[in-house]
Write a protein that binds this ligand. Structure first.
Ligand code: F6R
Length: 265
């Protein structure tokens, strides 16, 4: 696992965008990107959008798969992840809406919708680079603590913590759905590369558990310790609880030139 501690949230976004765009260029125009919702990747998406606007990145033939979707929000609901991904990813990155997918959380057959989503990812050739945030309780996607480390896309019940964390997007806590459809941890682990971003002190404990704790379903993100190509980019506040912070800084500062794919845009 590569851990990069950045001096600011802006630098997290800049380096994460450099990493993601490098994968996009290496893979080619039909790259498949896994996209997260929530606040954490917004600046990263904005940085990618700048590259697209400047003609330095073309995602018009790329595909995207969102990590998750609330169950029960009708199509077009402003807080459905389909709508959020459209606004924050599809439009600014000038992607083809037909190639941007979210699980169908409004399906009358949720199990079939989960299977269809897994099949669609396989049919697209698998995810080349998965963008992740992390919940304050260690979840990735909506794989809440005690999720199976081998899980695939399925329905999950949101924890009270997650519903409270996400209540800021709704008028009241009551309006936050209780269930979601989420890619499983096994699904996420199938991505060829993973780029996780976290900012702010509220994420410090989860980041430390993910990077340095035991691999345990109590911190679902800790499964990423078993991923061959996982990059974790955090600002100083989110890095505050890391035991080996100085080592990660030293490692990044002393990267061999050929490994410096993260540097500069
Ligand atoms: C979003 C998702 C979640 C979020 C996490 C952090 O699709 O799957 O795992 O990444 O809840 O959310 P923010 O970034 O809003 O703190």
């Amino acid at each position: 696992m590569e851990v990069v501690i950045c001096p600011s949230p802006d630098e997290v976004a800049r380096l994460a965008a450099a990493k993601v765009s490098r994968v996009c260029r290496d893979v080619g125009p039909e790259v498949v990107i896994g996209v997260a919702t929530g606040s954490s990747p917004l600046a990263l998406y904005a940085a990618l959008a700048e590259m697209v606007a400047a003609g330095r990145l073309d995602l018009s033939r790329a595909s995207a798969f969102a990590l998750d979707e609330y169950v029960g929000l009708p199509p077009g609901h402003p807080e459905s992840y389909a709508t959020v991904i459209d606004t924050t990813v599809t439009v600014p990155l000038r992607m083809d809406p037909a190639r941007v997918h979210t699980p169908d959380g409004f399906s009358s057959d949720i199990e079939a919708a989960a299977k269809a989503y897994e099949d669609a990812i396989v049919q697209a050739g698998g995810v080349d680079v998965q963008i992740l945030g992390i919940g304050s309780n260690g979840h990735v996607g909506f794989n809440e603590p005690t999720s199976s480390l081998a899980s695939r896309t399925r329905i999950k019940t949101l924890t009270p913590t997650t519903r409270e964390d996400n209540a800021r997007f709704f008028d009241s806590l009551d309006q936050v759905p209780t269930h979601c459809l989420t890619q499983g941890l096994g699904t996420i682990m199938d991505a060829r590369q993973v780029v996780l971003v976290a900012q702010g002190e509220a994420k410090a404990a989860a980041v430390a558990a993910l990077v340095e704790g035991p691999v345990t379903s109590m911190c679902p993100g800790s499964i990423l310790q078993l991923h061959r190509y996982a990059t974790v980019l955090v600002d100083e506040a989110a890095a505050a609880d890391l035991t080996l912070g100085d080592y990660y800084r030293f490692t990044y500062d002393n990267k061999p030139a050929w490994q410096r794919y993260l540097a500069g845009l």
